[in-house]
Ligand binder design. Structure first.
Ligand SMILES: [Zn+2]
Length: 64
């Protein structure tokens, strides 16, 4: 089974990984990962970017 997008209610296969860090909760080298489909890559990265949490966006390699 493919990994799915982290956007609420979205069941699309993930094609991107958004790597983020909340400095109030996480040590600086910690990375949380949200998965995103092509459709939600923009909105999810905007959400994280607006809070200055977004560190990197990389293609998701499907382990399946
Ligand atoms: Zn999605």
């Amino acid at each position: 089974m493919s990994d799915v997008c982290s956007a609420k209610g979205c069941q699309a296969p993930a094609t991107w990984e958004l790597l983020w860090n909340n400095p109030k909760l996480h040590t600086p080298d910690r990375r949380k990962v949200w998965l995103a489909c092509d459709e939600h890559k923009g909105s999810l990265s905007d959400f994280l970017g607006a809070r200055q949490f977004l560190k990197d966006v990389v293609p998701h390699a499907d382990a399946g």
